[in-house]
Design a binder for this molecule. Structure first.
Ligand code: PLP
Length: 451
């Protein structure tokens, strides 16, 4: 059977058997399918799990194991000399990530650096880019910002002696909607733009899965004289990005979601070229100091060119090593091919959800591929209300929960890994390792769970 390209709007087969054959044919036609073998696939001991949770923690590339072992071996055999062994050693280790990361975010290698963790990088960027004055001191975030981003921004505002109740502005979605709307942002900027120092917005919103138009937002913000930074936690490795061309001032991301670098892996930051060599204030450490004179014990700080100037410490090599395997897979697959598969996979998920669950499933994520990555966020009408033991006196009952939490638990019992936030269930078929078959299995399980 010759498979058709499945996109949203295409027709699906009618019977369960032809559904399975259809999914199998789509997999057979997928030139990226062999990449799945490069990952370790989670299991619960009895069976392999169907994993649709790469938006939270990406799967482990097989090569990560030997890459980490190689650094352990280097440490064991070479000890301190490992800093300068043959391939550059640990001294320059982080630099091998700049070019592939730059390709993922659409930047030049000197505009990106692998360092720290996301929230730490966000603070470092805010130190440089949030410079409140008497007239212009507000920060604009979205109403449903990720908690860590909100805490970072609030504490920076207080650090500058101001009150977040006055200095923190929130962009809310249209009432009754989940979508962040550029027209609302435009109105907010028209009213408050002169008082806004900085905007911090997501590339892809973590709850709704909505992808924002970074280029449009950036030019709007700049027109009002505001600095603009993006949190790319759910964007990098998921949607095409062009930070340099779009002119974003800074961006931060983590590496354990779509970049598959493992829990707490070393994150990254982007600083646009126009800010390199500027007089921005910065919190500094010796790894940001000119590499060739890093051991010279100079008293004055002499910054590395580009984003590397923001580094503080010598990086945790064991948390950086697993990133290489995944970046190599991105290079091998090619971003365009990955994105094309991603649109087909997510379109297939959308179609199956609509057909199988109909009215019982509300898809919050926009339907237009340009406005989303691979994740679909859904709200489900569940028939039965189950006792929720966890919210009373902190005792976690093994009993089932109501709402999306209960649904995620029941899915897990059926061998499907997804997750929930608030009243939203999140499902993300990841083009590097998920199959059309996985999507079909998940939707079938969901239908059984809701029955
Ligand atoms: C996952 C995520 C984070 C995580 O922050 P860490 O510092 O890596 O713990 C932050 N912001 C957003 C939007 C995220 O999705």
């Amino acid at each position: 059977m010759k498979a058709q390209r499945t996109t949203a709007g295409a027709a699906l087969p009618r019977t369960p058997t032809t559904h399975a054959a259809h999914a199998a044919a789509l997999d057979a036609d997928d030139e990226l399918a062999p990449l799945r073998r490069e990952f370790e696939l989670p299991s619960d001991g009895r069976r392999r799990l169907t994993y649709l949770c790469g938006h939270s923690l990406g799967l482990m590339p097989r090569r990560a194991r030997s890459d980490v072992r190689a650094e352990l071996d280097r440490w064991g055999r070479r000890a301190v000399e490992g800093h300068f062994s043959g391939d550059g050693g640990w001294f320059a280790y982080h630099q091998r990530f700049s070019a592939p990361l730059a390709r993922l975010v659409g930047a030049a290698p000197e505009e990106v650096v692998a360092m720290n963790t996301l929230t730490a990088n966000l603070h470092l960027m805010l130190v440089s880019f949030y410079r409140p004055t008497a007239e212009r001191y507000k920060i604009l975030i979205e109403r449903d910002a990720f908690p860590s981003d909100r805490y970072a921004v609030q504490s920076q505002i207080r650090f500058h002696g101001r009150d977040p109740r006055d200095a923190l502005l929130e962009l809310a979605p249209e009432p009754g909607s989940w979508m962040l709307d550029v027209a609302r942002l435009e109105a907010l900027l028209a009213a408050e733009g002169e008082r806004i120092a900085l905007l911090l917005l997501p590339g892809v919103q973590y709850l709704s899965g909505q992808a924002l138009d970074i280029g449009r937002i950036t030019s709007l913000a700049h027109r009002h004289g505001c600095v603009v930074g993006f949190d790319l936690a759910h964007s990098i490795g998921n949607v095409p990005l062009a930070l340099a061309r779009d002119g974003a001032d800074f961006a931060v991301w983590c590496s354990y979601k779509y970049l598959n670098a493992g829990p707490g892996a070393v994150a990254g930051a982007f600083v646009h070229r126009k800010w390199h060599g500027s007089d921005l204030p910065r919190f500094e450490g010796w790894w940001g100091h000119a590499a060739e004179r890093r051991f010279a014990a100079e008293r004055a700080f002499s910054p590395m060119p580009g984003a590397e100037a923001w580094q503080l410490s010598n990086p945790p090599i064991l948390s950086l090593a697993p990133l290489a395997a995944s970046l190599e897979l991105f290079e091998r697959a090619g971003l365009e091919r990955l994105r094309a598969k991603s649109e087909r996979l997510t379109g297939y998920l959308e179609l199956l959800l609509r057909e199988t669950l109909g009215e019982r499933c509300e898809i919050l994520t926009p339907a237009a591929p340009s406005q989303r990555g691979c994740q679909l966020s859904v709200r489900l009408q569940t028939a039965v209300a189950h006792f929720d033991g966890a919210d009373r006196d902190g005792q976690d009952e093994p009993a089932r929960h109501d709402g999306p939490r209960g649904t995620a638990e029941a899915l897990r019992t059926a061998g499907i890994v997804a997750d929930w936030r608030g009243d939203v269930l999140r499902l993300a078929p990841v083009p590097l390792y998920n199959r059309f078959r996985d999507v079909l299995a998940a939707v079938r399980a969901l239908r059984r769970v809701l029955e």
